[in-house]
Design a protein around this ligand. Structure first.
Ligand SMILES: [Fe+2]
Ligand SMILES: [Fe+2]
Length: 189
């Protein structure tokens, strides 16, 4: 079999879907490499800052690594702005969706809401609500979301910081994104 038999999913057979499952499993193995390539593209996203979006992301991950954060946190830091290219109005959600099957609910939530928490540093200067994050005040992970933005995001625009290159993070990307997903079968929709 080189392709499935159907042109409408409703007509697929058990064999068709077993065949596709094998292909998908093979494809998923390339996820760390595809994420690596998506990160490389951040070198050419938003301009105007003193560092590229890639350097910002690498600086975030470097600081997390230097602080002895675990693999999951380092990868979350590295990916937190990966949505900038394709989801400029919901970039936090995009990064969180990539991480979700591989990290804790807490870390998923921190990344998913970081765009709102980050507003604390600039929204009062742009006509927005600096305190928008207060809507999450009762969440048990509130303080850790504040911490992420304070130590691994708002301070990561420094061209003089000794930032590690992307290749240094390939092993940790492979460890985290190469894991069995926590809710595998719901991911194929
Ligand atoms: Fe962000
Ligand atoms: Fe960021």
């Amino acid at each position: 079999m080189e392709t499935v038999s159907f042109i409408h999913m409703a007509d697929g057979t058990r064999e068709d879907y077993a065949f596709l499952e094998k292909h998908e499993a093979e494809y998923v193995k390339g996820l760390p490499t595809r994420v690596y390539e998506a990160l490389q593209k951040l070198e050419h996203s938003f301009s105007g800052y003193k560092v590229s979006r890639l350097t910002h992301s690498l600086q975030s991950a470097t600081r997390a690594m230097n602080d002895g954060r675990d693999d999951d946190y380092v990868v979350a830091a590295l990916l937190h702005d990966i949505g900038d290219e394709l989801a400029p109005y919901s970039h936090s959600e995009m990064a969180a969706a990539i991480l979700r099957p591989f990290v804790s609910d807490k870390l998923y939530w921190i990344i998913k809401t970081h765009g709102v928490f980050q507003m604390y540093y600039y929204a009062h200067l742009t006509g927005g609500d600096q305190h928008a994050r207060e809507r999450y005040r009762d969440n048990p992970w509130f303080d850790e979301a504040v911490e992420f933005c304070e130590h691994y995001d708002q301070n990561c625009f420094d061209p003089d910081f000794p930032t590690r290159p992307l290749d240094d993070f390939m092993p940790v990307l492979q460890r985290v994104l190469g894991r069995e997903p926590a809710f595998g079968e719901t991911q194929t929709a």
